[in-house]
Design a protein around this ligand. Structure first.
Ligand code: ADP
Ligand code: SF4
Ligand code: MG
Length: 319
């Protein structure tokens, strides 16, 4: 059984409408499906604005669905309430992009990491400190971190603390939303190695969200490539990297990052492609057609369905 099943989920955000005009929607996520197995890493990749963080927030039950369903361990997360919801909140943890914003600046590390033990009553009071030190060691920090405040650490160290905090409650799933994007390039590899260790040493599944395909290749078992709120290609990581099928996947693989805005992910521009279109005015037919080097006559008329092609799902009229 899959740990997580995401079934045709949609999230439309209402836009400010002026009187008398029809309501417009930002189709941030528009019919996304995937499964995450136990003990595996599932990557979601795509440019800034394609809906990745919205998918993350939907999985974590931080946003309500417009449509579709999400199952965690076979249970529809919509119906999880009371004690079960508490358990769900423990089992599914998030690591955010910005380790600066996600730690309370007035709390010492020991307090930040002790809190979940107390809230969820996981350890006896006298055991908590040892558990916290154990976690710090696991993420490559020592006991000397205990009494320090977030501002005394570098970005990479703070992200280690955030990862330690996610691990306090022994989760079954960690959703990591671009956990490397706010960090200096030299630090990214270290955090990536830490996630790799967690993958190897625990049975925790990870939904790893990224705009960086190199990173995804290294860490994930399966990949879904998103474009304007939809998955355009998904499959086993090695296979997808060996022979990308969708022209957008090929573009992502071929492009060196052209513009890298710290903390905002990546936007790829190809010579003929122009800007990334917005989810408010999605092009007719294949949403990728204005940028596609392989487009055909049918492409601006008919929406391609996501269908199986050589052991993988692809939405493109070429297949
Ligand atoms: N709360 C919101 N209200 C309105 N629009 C939103 C909201 N959250 C996200 N969006 C829009 O949804 C789209 C997808 O955003 P997001 O999921 O953050 O993308 P990504 O994480 O891939 O960069 C963007 O166009 C974004 O502006
Ligand atoms: S459907 Fe057409 S425009 Fe869309 S990716 Fe395939 S070839 Fe390109
Ligand atoms: Mg995001």
């Amino acid at each position: 059984m899959s740990l997580l099943i995401v079934d045709s989920i949609k999230k439309y955000f209402p836009m400010k409408s002026s009187f008398g005009k029809p309501q417009n929607w930002v189709k941030a996520v528009d019919g996304v499906s995937f499964k995450v197995n136990k003990d595996s890493v599932f990557a979601v990749v795509g440019e800034s604005g394609c809906g990745k963080s919205t998918v993350a927030r939907l999985i974590l039950k931080l946003l309500s669905l417009t449509d579709g369903r999400i199952f965690f361990k076979g249970e529809d997360i919509l119906s999880i309430k009371g004690e079960e919801l508490k358990k769900f909140r423990r089992s599914v943890q998030i690591v955010f992009q910005d380790p600066f914003a996600s730690l309370n600046p007035r709390m010492r590390v020991v307090d930040t990491l002790s809190e979940p033990f107390k809230i969820h009553r996981i350890a006896a009071k006298h055991q908590i400190k040892d558990r916290v030190v154990g976690l710090l060691e696991k993420v490559g920090l020592g006991a000397d971190a205990l009494n320090k405040y977030p501002h005394e650490f570098s970005g990479g160290q703070r992200q280690r603390i955030c990862i330690a905090r996610a691990l306090t409650v022994s989760p079954e799933l960690i959703v990591a939303d671009e956990p490397l994007s706010a960090l200096d390039v030299s630090i990214q590899a270290q955090i990536l190695n830490l996630l790799q260790d967690i993958k190897k040493e625990t049975a925790i599944s990870i939904v790893f969200i990224s705009h960086d395909l190199k990173v995804v290749h290294y860490l994930s078992d399966e990949v879904a490539v998103m474009y304007l709120g939809k998955i355009v290609e998904t499959g086993e990581t090695e296979e997808l990297f060996k022979s990308p099928k969708h022209p957008y996947t090929k573009l992502l693989l071929a492009s060196a990052p052209k513009i890298r805005v710290k903390g905002q992910g990546l936007r790829v521009k190809s010579e003929e492609s122009g800007d990334v279109p917005s989810p408010i005015t999605i092009p007719n037919g294949c949403p990728f057609h204005p940028r596609c080097p392989e487009r055909m006559d049918i492409c601006d008329k008919t929406v391609p369905e996501l269908k199986e092609s050589g052991g993988r799902l692809v939405s493109c009229h070429l297949y």
